[in-house]
Structures are given as C-alpha cells and as structure tokens.
Design a protein around this ligand. Structure first.
Ligand code: PXP
Length: 238
C-alpha cells in the first residue's frame, strides 16, 4: 500500500502566526525523501491553511504526485485547470467545519460533479471523489466519470468499540471490492493513524491511503522524515 501525505497542517502552523514558516513546500520535499508517493493539499475557499502560492510552488517541486483536494466550485476548477495537479480529489466543503466532515452527496450534486469532472478530465487531470462507504456511491462515481474513489474512513476512525469498528471495516471492505471490480481505483483516508491502520492490510483493494493529522502530529516530536518513514514502514507490508 502507498502513502500520500496531506501537508495542510504545516500551513496551519504557519498561519497561526501569519509568518513564512514552517513552509509546506519544504515539508513536501521531506515527505518524498522519506518514501511518500504523493503529496496532498486542500485549497479551501477561506485559505485557512494552504494558499494559492503553496499550490503553485508545490506543482513545481512535487516529483511524485500532487493531489489537490478541493470543492467543486468554479473558482477551484479554474485554479486546477491552470495549475494542473496530477490528481484532484473532490470533497464537500462546509465553511465552519474543522476538517472535511463526510463524503460527497453525489446524488444531490450529480450534474455539477459531472461537469466539473469533464472539465478536469479534459485537462488530463485524474479525478477522485471522496465518498462514504455506502455501496450506491460506486455506481454514482462511475456515472459522473470519476477515475478513483477515496473512501472516507473518518467514521471508522471515530469508533470507540471493537464491534462498531468491525462493522465499519466491513462496509469499507465491501465498497472497496465492488469499486475495484468495476475498475475504479480505490484509496482511503481521514482519521487514520499509526494504530488504526493495521486492519487495512486485509483490504488489498485499497491501493493508497491519504494521511495528514497523525503524521504531522508525530512529526512535532520525531521530525517529518521519521514520522513519514514510520508510516511507510507499516503500510509497505500491506
Ligand atoms: N482525505 C481527505 C479527503 C481529507 O479531507 C483529509 C483531511 O484533510 C484527509 C484524507 C486526511 O485526514 P487526516 O488529516 O485525518 O489524516
């Protein structure tokens, strides 16, 4: 299994002081040295962490794969079509949320998402949709022209009993299998850490995980390189 590191919270720390450091661009380079195979950044409407300059420079320096997480708005589509990330991950965005709170409601946004994906695909950008582990999302993702589904693992990560964890993992495993049988690439992310990642070794359809908070948190103590290496060491065996 591959690791893509979400570096938003390096920018969160920078913005806490309105300074120029720490710089997510430097963090991206260290993540790549340490074995990450992708760099993820979320350009939010309110620019609370990653900003336009970061995305532009990340495009210049990221050598593995740049995944731009964004809402399906005209503003973001314009930026993506200019910057040309390797991948766009479409996520719902709610102004007051602390972090992305759930998957896309594809059924409600179907026409909009179809148009956005067509515009991005036209520029040869791969498109992933962030979805809750519900079976109907597989057909919906195919209908709107997505190449990849990223399964939202936040509910799994928040489970407090083993029973509820097993139930959530079952849902994640089922949608991963369905999607990969229909030739969608399957990834997963949100709330994953050095402890709750282990059961994912039993879901081989998930080819990559996108992890931010737990890696940046560990990096505060161990340094970015070691934090990434520690996660790569775990998941490279899956
Ligand atoms: N995937 C998506 C679509 C996200 O929105 C986020 C959070 O920005 C992540 C993965 C990473 O989540 P975490 O920071 O909890 O590892």
């Amino acid at each position: 299994m591959k690791l893509a590191v979400n570096i938003d919270h390096i920018a969160t720390l920078r913005e806490a002081r309105g300074e120029i450091e720490p710089d997510p661009v430097i963090a991206a380079g260290i993540c790549e040295f340490a074995g990450a195979e992708g760099i993820v950044c979320h350009l939010r409407e309110d620019r609370r962490h990653i900003n336009d300059r970061d995305v532009r420079i990340l495009r210049e320096v990221v050598k593995t794969k740049l995944d731009l997480e964004m809402a399906a708005t005209d503003e973001m589509v314009k930026i993506a079509c200019e910057v040309l990330p390797d991948l766009v991950t479409l996520v719902p965005e709610n102004r007051k949320e602390l972090t992305t709170e759930g998957g896309l409601n594809i059924a409600v946004m179907k026409d909009r998402l179809t148009d956005v994906i067509a515009a991005l695909t036209d520029k040869e950008i791969f498109v992933s949709v962030f979805v809750d582990p519900e079976p109907e999302n597989v057909d919906l993702a195919l209908e709107i022209g997505a190449n990849i589904i990223e399964i939202h693992t936040g509910k799994y990560a928040n489970c407090v009993t083993e029973e509820s964890q097993i139930k959530e993992l079952g849902k994640i495993g089922a949608i991963a299998k369905m999607a990969s049988e229909l030739d969608l690439i399957v990834t997963a992310g949100h709330g994953l850490n050095y402890y709750n990642i282990f059961p994912f070794q039993n879901i081989p359809e998930i080819r990559e995980v996108s992890i931010g908070h737990s890696i940046i948190s560990r990096a505060v103590y161990t340094g970015m390189q070691k934090a990434v290496e520690d996660m790569v060491k775990i998941i490279s065996k899956f």
